[in-house]
Design a protein around this ligand. Sequence first.
Ligand code: AMP
Length: 286
Amino acid sequence: GALEPIRTDSTFVADSGVDFLVRTVSSLQNKARAKRASGTRARRRPNPLLNYDEEMFVADISPTHRCLLNKYNVIDHHLLIVTRAFEDQRTLLTLADFEAACLCMAEFDGLAFYNGGRVAGASQRHKHLQMIPLPMARTGPRVPIDPLIESSPRTKRLFSLPQLPFIHAVAHLDGFSRVDAQQLPRRLLRLYRRMLRATGMNDRFDRSAPVWQSRPYNLLFTRQWMLLVPRSREFYRGISVNALGFAGALLVRDQRQLLCLRGVGPMAALLRTAVKRPAAKGLTVQ
Ligand code: AMP
């Protein structure tokens, strides 16, 4: 009873080879209640991911991270992977962040994601990765954009998907389970840094001090792939887009927003919140 889920109705909107999963908030009353509750709590607890609600506690993952439930969840079993001490969400991910995420990913098959800053969809300043179980919907692929990535050539290099009109970097993660569990977080960290460089973001990584992200971005990874998308705006016509949007899952407030999304097409909406890709230019492979 401590969770205050946001109830939604789901529908699919096909665009550019992706069946986008679009959820519409079905109970405004419920959302208003959740908002009120979060507002009250925000006044009482300025940082709910540090001074967290005991009922949200799931586990201590590592010496540096703990796992909490998302209190206002749209998706069941939505986890937050938070740093035990305050770190700013706009600092780059560290080895300790990937170690914590990999420990969770080894326990259950999920999608891990990161909203790098408010413009990328983050509502909390305290550093938090997030994870949801897969598949994302009862029908269709495990993640809506899976078919685009699966149909791309197997390569060890970074690549971009022709269907995505904005700057991004993708990589296959060849056999998550076959890689030595000790080595995996290091591999993911290296890949993440290559993606930052390849998309024109940070290219220097200090080992001793936190490094600020050079711009807002979303990072997503499953056991099969990793995707990074630099961001320019949080909203498209009042629709807030976070990392899940780039997995092919969008959340709208009402029928009006759903109609708007159907009209323009979800891919065009994503493009407006990301950075347009220069014509005929793929990714600089690193
Ligand atoms: P984001 O909005 O991507 O920064 O993710 C932060 C998440 O924290 C949001 O999805 C909120 O639903 C969730 N949240 C807000 N307040 C609390 C709380 N008191 N306990 C647990 N989760 C919370």
